[in-house]
Design a protein around this ligand. Structure first.
Ligand code: HEM
Length: 122
């Protein structure tokens, strides 16, 4: 039997949802884990847009055009939120680390309405 390369072990571990800190996330749902990772990145992107807006309003950094661009990006992003929370991606589902409370799926319509409200703000 040939030697098993470290790379092969790491790839297999990744494929089966095992990370090097020993946490185990549902092997059957790698795509759901990706949904969670992607939406957390997406939310960090929203936070970055808010930093741009805040920098102009509070510190006079950047331009009013930056604020318009950031606001339009946030408004466009609000339309994506509704599809970013498929069932099975909450904190109790054990798919990946997430802060998404299970209450989201208890009132998905209300959650989506909140996302729609974000587009209207300010
Ligand atoms: C300007 C608007 C928003 C900003 C700046 C923002 C920012 C953030 C940030 C920084 C996180 C943490 C990301 C991480 O490190 O994991 C987050 C997570 C989250 N946000 Fe937002 N957010 C915005 C709008 C919204 C809206 C409108 C909703 C719902 C209607 C929402 C629902 C959530 C949820 C459920 C999480 C947890 C996601 C997870 O851990 O899987 N956010 N957001």
């Amino acid at each position: 039997m040939g030697r098993v390369s470290l790379t092969a072990v790491l790839v297999a571990a990744a494929a089966f949802g095992i990370n090097l800190t020993g946490n185990y996330y549902a092997a059957a749902s790698p795509d759901l884990a990706k949904v969670i990772q992607d939406r957390r990145q997406f939310m960090k992107g929203n936070a970055q847009q808010m930093v741009t807006i805040n920098n102009f309003l509070e510190k006079g950094q950047g331009t009013s055009e930056d604020v318009v661009n950031a606001s339009e990006t946030l408004a466009a992003n609000s339309k994506k939120i509704g599809d970013m929370f498929p069932k099975g991606t909450g904190i109790d589902d054990g798919v990946a680390q997430t802060h998404a409370e299970m209450a989201i799926w208890g009132d998905l319509a209300g959650f989506k309405a909140a996302a729609d409200n974000m587009e209207l703000w300010p």
